[in-house]
Design a protein around this ligand. Structure first.
Ligand code: 3HC
Length: 312
């Protein structure tokens, strides 16, 4: 018997490329009202402009009628900045999609657990950070992990890892913290399916399955470039034409964001102590230089017309 997700309203925290994509598939496919929040109003503005473009493309391609697109757009509203997380008070699930930083995520989850009902599911779109560590941050002040309140609070935390671009990529990785309840897992899985995604499950290990495999591959490609094994174009061409990858690894790194790639590599390295995960010096230096890939206009490739604006 399939489990109902029971999400009547969703909160999405972070309106960057991932958060916006999650808001999009939730409004269009799961047809759930979405409350979007980002502390940067400019991010919300460019995110919503991207959503308008994506909806217009779906209408132009006949995948949505103009009326369906309007209904989907109307499902997305922005949380009043003044309200902050209090704006999520009536949602049944929040999906957090902020940058890959453990202490930032712990602070956010601590605040969400204070502001919201203990039954609200708290999902993280983290690419690699421990869901167990994030869940532990939700234990109320003065309570312990074995108190009823502590257990209940941590049991509604789950990893829901979408892939970029979210409207296109068919996968969601579902990650259970040690504390996650089976009800939380079932409802989160059902929600991802309602968003039109296939779901795989992973243990809570650094990088889960996807990034434990993808990031060493990308890092190795960067090391090839660093060592002068081949040119940028030949490294990417080898994987595109030799292995039928849609993008070469250096282009993919730019697409994901070099800061995100570095943060994931660092989590893998710190979490395992295995030198095979040591981030390449070139990747570190490029992030030092704020060459963050496509979103910043420069990475392994140049993107002269692209900033952090709405584009497909
Ligand atoms: N947002 C929404 N839709 C997008 C998009 C974006 N940013 N970029 C492309 N698309 C859509 C296009 O509009 C087009 O849609 P259509 O079929 O309706 O016209 C479709 O994707 C195909 O786009 P294009 O024809 O322009 O280009 P490609 O055929 O080259 O496809 C691609 C683009 C889908 C991005 C393809 O190159 C690809 O699959 N690349 C690999 C992506 C990948 O590996 N993603 C996973 C990254 S890892 C990750 O996200 C995990 C994280 O934890 C790091």
């Amino acid at each position: 018997m399939s489990i109902a997700h029971g999400i009547r309203t969703l909160g999405v925290l972070g309106a960057g490329q991932m958060g916006l994509g999650i808001a999009f598939v939730s409004a269009v496919h799961a047809r759930v009202p979405v409350l979007l929040h980002d502390r940067a109003p400019a991010q919300i503005k460019s995110g919503l402009a991207l959503m308008d473009k994506l909806l217009a493309k779906d209408v132009a391609k006949g995948r949505l009628s103009a009326e369906e697109a309007k209904e989907a757009r109307d499902r997305v509203t922005v949380v009043d900045q003044e309200k902050g997380f209090k704006g999520f008070r009536d949602v049944d699930m929040v999906v957090e999609a902020v940058s890959e930083n453990l202490s930032l995520k712990q602070t956010i989850f601590r605040s969400l657990s204070t502001e919201l009902s203990p039954s609200t599911i708290l999902a993280s779109n983290t690419s690699s950070i421990s869901i167990t560590k994030i869940a532990a941050a939700t234990i109320p002040e003065g309570k312990t992990a074995s108190d009823a309140e502590g257990k209940q609070s941590a049991s509604r935390v789950v990893g829901l890892h979408f892939f970029n671009p979210v409207p296109v990529m068919k996968l969601v990785e579902l990650i259970s913290a040690l504390q996650t309840s089976s009800e939380t897992l079932d409802r989160a899985r059902a929600f991802a399916v309602a968003c039109g995604k296939e779901v795989t499950t992973s243990q809570d290990v650094p990088g889960f399955v996807a990034n434990a495999l993808l990031m060493p591959f990308i890092n190795e490609a960067i090391m090839c470039l660093e060592k002068g094994t081949a040119t940028r174009d030949d490294i990417d061409k080898t994987l595109r034409l030799g292995m039928n990858h849609p993008m070469g690894p250096l282009q993919l790194a730019d697409f994901i964001g070099l800061d995100t790639c570095l943060a994931i590599q660092q989590t893998l390295y710190a979490g395992t102590g295995d030198s095979k995960y040591r981030p390449s010096i070139l990747l570190e230096r490029m992030v030092d230089a704020q060459w963050l890939g496509k979103k910043s206009g420069k990475g392994f490739y140049d993107y002269p017309h692209i900033g952090a604006t709405a584009e497909i």
